[in-house]
Each structure stands twice: as structure tokens, then as C-alpha cells.
Design a protein around this ligand. Structure first.
Ligand SMILES: *Cc1c(COP(=O)(O)O)cnc(C)c1O
Length: 398
């Protein structure tokens, strides 16, 4: 070991600073499969309201079987990037299935949507181009933009007048691209994609939408916020994940026009220099897409759960950010109260997480509850009752 005491102390100090700021993150260990009901290390069972397991597919028997079959048929791994010797038929099958699903020309798989986003911008855009990005976009979009030499114009969150002003500022650029999350994870609010696409048309810009919190369950066919807003055919580039509603393992993708996907296959660095996704995951992904298109029971259940939970909580006097998404932000404003309530709920078997500054703006602390199609009505009722009891003790509701 060559690390000096000085360096070690500097790292220790950084850790201490994080602790002092109250933002030190601990991992909570789960000893069961991911589900609506999970077992934690103490052996207790809690109802889980913080997974992105929107459709409850994370431990669905048919999907687990598809993963096992994938191992039997294609082996465990390919030990290669895609373009050397890491492309199996199952990778192509999944790319085709994702393209059919989105009604796009082609799709390129990545190990994550984080990779999809970091490999996107610098491949397509250069110093003569401009990116116009919502200020609340996901960290992976921000990092992807950092790697790209295009001019960056950040517009205020979902502010269409500011977007238009930024588009005007960028009129001299060769190519303009507007990028936005389809659904923003902290508020569960949906991007104004209809207006964004109209402005894109007017000012000649491409539109890129990250559909991570929408793929699989938003829109009539589960194609995301773009479909829900009726602009699927106007969005040029969709990136999304297999790691949330679509089974929750790992994997991401970019889908869109042939020229775009072809270019990404040539030059996108996370695709060129990182391993192909495991064939078991690709095989399971195929099964997920098949299930989504067979019936929409799970899609209906999650929206029903979201409607029920939102209205019952509002009835009890909770302040909930308006919207209808399965991300339900219970606004508590004060960071300490929010943290304490989340802790006490966990003691009562309700696993929720409190978010405060710097993850959300100062004075806007909240408990973010995420619905899943796996939640039963009885589980929702238990959570609602526990929320009401604990919040009353903290004088948050009457
Ligand atoms: C979760 C998320 C990602 C990252 O997806 P991974 O596949 O887990 O890397 C990217 N963008 C948004 C908006 C997300 O919510």
C-alpha cells in the first residue's frame, strides 16, 4: 500500500464532512427477493414503497424462468464487447423486440441507461451543435452532456418560455437537441412533451426523452411519457432502462432512427468498451416485452394503486404534489420531521425513504412513496393507516 497517512486523512475528512452534512448514505440489506413484501436483516418483514419495481416483475416466476433458460441456452456470459465477439442472437432479438415495441427503426442495448445516456451526446453532437437540457434532468444525462463538446443551454424545469428562449439562443448551432426526462423522479411530474415537440418543430431541434420512470407502464401500450402525451412519433431518441418496470435487473437502451442507432454502434463509448449485457438478462427482457403486450393487467393495477393511495392520503390531510404518477411525493417540508416520520414508519413495517436537501430543494423535504402493481389493497391500507398515525404524532395532520 502506498497511500500516505495524509491522503488517508484527507479521505476520512471528506467522509466526515458528508456525515456532518447529514447526507451520509447507508445501505439497507434485504435478505429476500425484491417484492412488495421484503425481509430485512433483522428478520422483520416490511412493505416496500421505495423500489422502481413498478409492474412487480422483479421476481415474477415466468421472468425468472426466462433468465434461467437464457443461461441454459446461451451460457452465463460472453466475455466480450458486442462488436468483437459479444453479440448473440438473443441480443439482436431483444433489440428487434424493443424497436417493434417503440415502433422505431432500431435499438442499441447498453448495460444500463446510465451508459446509454453517457454514450449518446458526444457521439451525435460536437462543438458546432447545441444541447438544450431541463435543469432537473437525471445525473446520467448531465454526465453525458459533460462529455460532449456541444454548447449547453439549461432551461428552467418544465418552463416552456425559457425553453423557447434557449432555443432562440441556440439558433446559430448546426444541430440542436432538446433533452428531458419523460418523468422526473423526485416529483413524479411528466415533461410537457407535447409542447416540447411543438417547439422542437418550430425551431428545428431533435428531441431526446429518457423514459426510465415510464417505460412499461405509462401510455396506452406502456411506451412511456412520449406515448401518454401522444408524441411517440415526434420524439427522435428514447433512452430507457430494463432496471425499473421491465424486470428490474440491469440493462438500458437507446431507440430511434436508423442513422442514429448506426452511429451509436460505431462510436458510442460505453457500447464499444464495455461488456455485452448478460444473455440471461436479454432473454428475460424478451419475456417481459412479450408479457407486456399480452395483457395490461399490471399496467392497470399500478395506476389504480396510485389513484387509490393518492386520494386516501389526501383525504387524511396529507399534502401531496399534484399529479397521477405512481411516484407519490408526500410533502413534509421540514427535513427533520420528514426523516423522523420515515424512521418511525420503518419501525411499523412500512419502508419509505425521506428526501431532503440537496436531493430536493431546501425546505421541500418529503417522503417519496412508489407504487407497484405488486402492492395489494390491504398493504396500501396498512401504509395509509401507519402514515396517518405517525404524522398525527408529529402534528403534520389533524
Ligand atoms: C434510473 C434512471 C437512469 C439510470 O438507469 P440505469 O439503467 O439504472 O442505469 C437514468 N435516467 C433516469 C431518468 C433514471 O430514472
Amino acid at each position: 500500500m502506498s497511500m500516505t497517512e495524509e491522503t488517508a486523512e484527507a479521505f476520512q475528512q471528506k467522509l466526515q464532512d458528508i456525515k456532518d452534512a447529514g447526507t451520509y448514505k447507508e445501505e439497507r440489506v434485504i435478505t429476500s427477493q425484491q417484492d412488495a413484501d421484503i425481509e430485512v436483516e433483522s428478520g422483520d418483514h416490511v412493505i416496500n414503497f421505495c423500489a422502481n419495481n413498478y409492474l412487480g416483475l422483479a421476481n415474477h416466476p415466468e421472468i425468472m424462468d426466462a433468465a434461467k433458460n437464457g443461461v441454459d441456452r446461451y451460457g452465463f456470459g460472453v466475455a466480450s464487447v458486442r462488436f468483437i465477439c459479444g453479440t448473440q442472437s438473443v441480443h439482436k432479438d431483444l433489440e428487434h423486440a424493443l424497436s417493434d415495441f417503440h415502433e422505431t427503426d432500431d435499438t442499441i442495448l447498453y448495460n444500463s441507461c446510465f451508459d446509454a445516456n453517457t454514450g449518446l451526446f458526444e457521439t451525435l453532437l460536437g462543438p458546432d451543435d447545441a444541447i438544450i437540457s431541463d435543469e432537473l434532468n437525471h445525473a446520467s444525462i448531465i454526465d453525458g452532456i459533460r462529455l460532449c463538446k456541444a454548447d449547453l443551454h439549461v432551461f428552467e424545469h418544465s418552463d416552456m418560455a425559457d425553453l423557447e428562449a434557449k432555443l432562440q439562443d441556440a439558433q446559430d448551432a448546426e444541430t440542436r437537441m432538446i433533452c428531458t426526462d419523460g418523468v422526473f423522479s423526485m416529483d413524479g411530474d411528466v415533461a410537457k412533451l407535447d409542447e416540447i415537440c411543438r417547439l422542437a418543430e418550430e425551431y428545428g431541434a431533435l428531441v431526446m426523452v429518457d423514459e426510465c420512470h415510464a417505460t412499461g407502464f405509462m401510455g396506452e401500450g406502456g411506451r412511456g411519457a412520449s406515448e401518454a402525451k401522444g408524441v411517440l412519433d415526434q420524439v427522435d431518441i428514447i433512452t430507457s432502462t430494463l432496471g425499473k418496470a421491465l424486470g428490474g435487473a440491469t440493462g438500458g437502451f437507446t431507440t430511434g432512427r436508423q442513422e442514429i442507432i448506426d452511429l451509436l454502434r460505431q462510436e458510442s463509448r460505453p457500447y464499444l468498451f464495455s461488456n455485452a449485457i448478460a444473455p440471461s438478462i436479454a432473454n428475460a427482457g424478451l419475456k417481459v416485452l412479450e408479457m407486456l403486450q399480452e395483457n395490461d393487467d399490471r399496467r392497470e393495477t399500478i395506476w389504480e394503486n396510485a389513484r387509490y393511495f393518492r386520494s386516501e392520503m389526501q383525504e387524511r390531510g396529507f399534502d401531496i404534489k399534484p399529479g397521477d404518477h405512481p411516484i407519490v411525493p408526500i410533502m413534509l417540508y421540514d427535513a427533520k420531521t420528514s426523516g423522523a416520520i420515515a424512521e418511525e414508519l420503518l419501525d411499523r413495517g412500512i419502508y419509505v425513504i425521506s428526501f431532503s436537501y440537496p436531493v430536493v430543494p431546501k425546505g421541500e423535504a418529503r417522503i417519496r412513496v412508489q407504487m407497484s402493481a405488486a402492492h395489494s389493497k390491504e398493504q396500501l391500507d396498512r401504509a395509509i393507516d401507519a402514515f396517518a398515525e405517525v404524522a398525527r404524532e408529529h402534528d403534520v395532520i389533524e
